[in-house]
Design a protein around this ligand. Structure first.
Ligand code: NAD
Ligand code: UDP
Length: 316
């Protein structure tokens, strides 16, 4: 297969590109490197089956040759990034998604959208199954991201219904692992960096809010299954193991052996209280479920962060 991966220079995208190239696919990565890094692609750039076109998917760009699948991951993704760049976030979800859907339709390629558990907002149904419509503020600070993804889902379904596009939607829950940016503001990367640097771990609110953390390799297996299949989704991809943020902080302290203290800071506006995926659909339709236990996944992550040169960990 020849697969176009938008956002292929980012955290999830670079792992996906690697998995595809490793199994023999040809991959074209499209990325503007706003939050992606060329270092993520260092090993791949040596591979004959891999190419990267630096471009912004919200502006005109060209893809020549056959395309069998398009996986759309390009978007600011961490709360710190999308709160700082709300207009770019809305553009990536709207015009960026439209451009990539048109590309897929023209080449008769399968299109897979990386959506998010954020479409459920601050959920009133627990755990979250795909039939739940969500509880999202259309005007709050997180709305640029949440509504961009909801619009991207609607657009994907509209192309499927009106153009016969072969589409799939995955809703990704909080995913962690090597290649997260130390200063992306996400909870796992932040706690690991703070613990390794002997800084206090910044717990927002009382730390009783929950998340379900998926290791990147598990997530990539699910994404590949969605690319290979023909299901429309949406399908939740997440680890049903639900943890409080305070539990996560304590686990990171234990794994790193750090004696950092916990520093409690105000909870950000509209921060969801609970998150846990119902993955019945992923099990039934994709034969997918996560395999990596949180503790083991965190050990891999800590090891990777420890191996980074000091400036990579310290650079904002
Ligand atoms: P990331 O920031 O590491 O990757 C996003 C990539 O998209 C970066 O390489 C960035 O440079 C690129 N990009 C952004 N805007 C672009 C544009 N206009 N044109 C071209 N490239 C652009 O984040 P990630 O965690 O790898 O997330 C990838 C995707 O998965 C995102 O769509 C995100 O919404 C989704 N997702 C991630 C998580 C998670 O926990 N990591 C959870 C839910 C959904
Ligand atoms: N969080 C925290 N301290 C931090 C960063 C995040 O307590 O330094 C909390 C955040 O308020 C949220 C959870 O951790 O409740 C997960 O945040 P993240 O940014 O990783 O992703 P989200 O799931 O909210 O998109």
């Amino acid at each position: 297969m020849r697969v176009v991966v938008s956002g292929g220079g980012g955290f999830l995208g670079s792992h996906l590109c690697e998995a595809l190239v490793r199994r023999g696919d040809t991959v074209l990565c499209l990325d503007n490197f706003s939050s992606g890094r060329t270092a993520n692609l260092a090993a791949l750039l040596e591979e004959p089956g891999f190419a990267c076109t630096p471009c912004d998917i919200t502006e005109p760009f060209r893809v020549s040759g056959p395309v069998d699948a398009v996986v759309h991951l390009a978007s600011p993704a961490s709360p710190r990034d999308y709160l700082a760049h709300p207009l770019q976030t809305l553009a990536a979800g709207s015009s960026g998604t439209d451009t990539l859907l048109r590309l897929a339709v023209r080449r008769r390629a399968r299109f897979v959208l990386a959506s998010t558990s954020e479409v459920y907002g601050d959920p009133t149904v627990h755990p979250q199954h795909e039939e739940y419509w969500g509880h999202v503020s259309p005007v709050g600070p997180r709305s640029a991201y949440d509504e961009a993804k909801r619009f991207a889902e609607a657009l994907t379904m509209a192309y499927r219904r009106s153009e016969g596009a072969d589409t799939g939607i995955v809703r990704i829950f909080n995913t962690y692992g090597p290649r997260m940016r130390a200063h992306d503001g996400r909870v796992v990367s932040t706690f690991v960096r703070q613990a390794l640097d002997g800084e206090p771990l910044t717990v927002f609110g009382d730390g009783d809010q929950t998340r379900s953390f998926t290791y990147v390799d598990d997530l990539v297996r699910g994404l590949v299954a969605m690319v290979d299949g023909d299901r429309p989704g949406p399908v939740n991809l997440g680890n049903p193991g639900e943890r409080t943020v305070r539990e996560l902080a304590e686990l990171v302290l234990r794994i790193t052996g750090s004696d950092s203290e916990l520093r409690f800071l105000p909870l950000p506006v509209d921060d969801p209280v609970r998150r846990r995926p119902d993955i019945t659909r992923a099990r039934e339709q994709l034969g997918w479920q996560p395999r990596m236990a949180l503790e083991e996944g965190l050990r891999h992550t800590v090891k990777w962060f420890t191996g980074q040169p000091g400036d990579a960990r310290g650079a904002a």
